[in-house]
Design a protein around this ligand. Structure first.
Ligand SMILES: C[S@@+](CC[C@H](N)C(=O)[O-])C[C@H]1O[C@@H](n2cnc3c(N)ncnc32)[C@H](O)[C@@H]1O
Length: 318
């Protein structure tokens, strides 16, 4: 029987009749088709269900290795030759895409999600700044070679790596609570060294200027004290924890004489558009719009250790 596309209703009826006859004379063919359909249902349904669970909750339903840095490491292929340090936006984005292939912060081990949640500032749902969003962040903070840039809540470390590649600061440091996300940042860092040459003239030791720290930002004062430009990823922080962190920033013994801080959530204690200064030592500077994986969002820039005209402070709380 030739299985041609039936062009008319008549041909279609004949075609159906032929199939019916073929199946009736070969009952084993019928069983084979039924078995194949059942196998398809068994294989396809559970995998699509797992994917939706992961997407919604951001956490794996079990402690499987799926989605961990070691699983992704196996998928990444090291290039034959290391490529030069990226020049410009396009090359930086391309390099980041390559280095972060199959590495994201969405899937977490269950034990990690539970441990991190206990800190009160963590959500299993995850989001990232896009490379365009990080460009805005770098402009707003005016990051230069003299800066120590710190991302407090750095996820898989992509923002930190982009700043390191594009602005070549003294140091670029990411602090992350989740062990799974921190491991992915370290895996991406390893890929960077395997795939990319350092910029001309940079000593090998400069690799040490890109660092990822696993910990709670509430507990890493020695790291924060060295930062001159800070990105505080505070979007899901509850108000009481945010207040605690604001007090911490105000009382910090930073080593630099001026520190700029961008927060993804407003820190109104430091001042806002219509009343830029509310406390001595901190000042609202401006808002900016950024692109993130969850859509357009706003960041706010504050100047810390800012005591000039501090007597203007209406409330003078310090
Ligand atoms: C929205 S993600 C941002 C990732 C990255 N900074 C970016 O913008 O692309 C916020 C990260 O902060 C982390 N986080 C939450 N509470 C934290 C804490 N107390 N200490 C360190 N990291 C924390 C979360 O695990 C999450 O990975």
């Amino acid at each position: 029987m030739a299985a041609e596309c039936p062009a008319t209703a008549h041909e279609f009826r004949r075609w159906r009749l032929d199939i019916g006859l073929a199946l009736r004379s070969r009952p084993w063919l019928c069983s084979l088709i039924i078995l194949a359909c059942l196998a398809g249902i068994v294989l396809v349904l559970p995998s699509s269900f797992t994917a939706s669970v992961v997407d919604r909750d951001g956490a794996d339903a079990d402690n499987s290795e799926e989605g961990t840095a070691s699983a992704a490491a196996a998928a990444w292929t090291q290039p034959m030759e290391r490529r030069p340090w990226p020049a410009g936006d396009f090359e930086t984005r391309d390099l980041l895409e390559n280095v972060y292939k199959d590495l994201d912060g969405f899937q977490l081990r269950k034990d990690d999600a539970e441990r991190s949640s206990a800190k009160g500032t963590f959500h299993a749902t995850y989001g990232e700044f896009t490379t365009g969003g990080v460009n805005t962040l770098m402009e707003v903070l005016n990051i230069t070679h003299d800066d120590v840039f710190c991302d407090l809540g750095s996820g898989t470390g992509k923002v930190v790596m982009q700043v390191y590649l594009a602005r070549r600061p003294l140091e670029a440091v990411g602090v992350e609570l989740s062990e799974t996300r921190h491991e992915k940042a370290v895996e991406a860092q390893g890929r960077l060294w395997k795939s990319t040459l350092l910029p001309a003239g940079a000593p090998d030791s400069w690799r040490g200027a890109l660092r990822y720290v696993h910990g709670d930002i509430m507990d890493v004062d020695a790291e924060i004290a060295k930062c001159s430009k800070i990105f505080f990823c505070s979007t899901v922080w509850p108000k009481p924890m945010l207040d605690k962190m604001q007090q911490k920033f105000l009382n910090f013994q930073f080593t630099r004489s001026q520190v700029l801080l961008v927060s993804s959530r407003e820190l109104k204690e430091f001042g806002e558009l219509l009343e830029p200064r509310r406390v001595a030592g901190a000042r609202f500077v401006r808002h900016a719009k950024v692109d993130t994986s969850w859509g357009a969002s706003f960041i706010t820039l504050y100047a810390l250790k800012d005591f000039e005209n501090a007597s203007d402070s209406k409330k003078g709380r310090r």
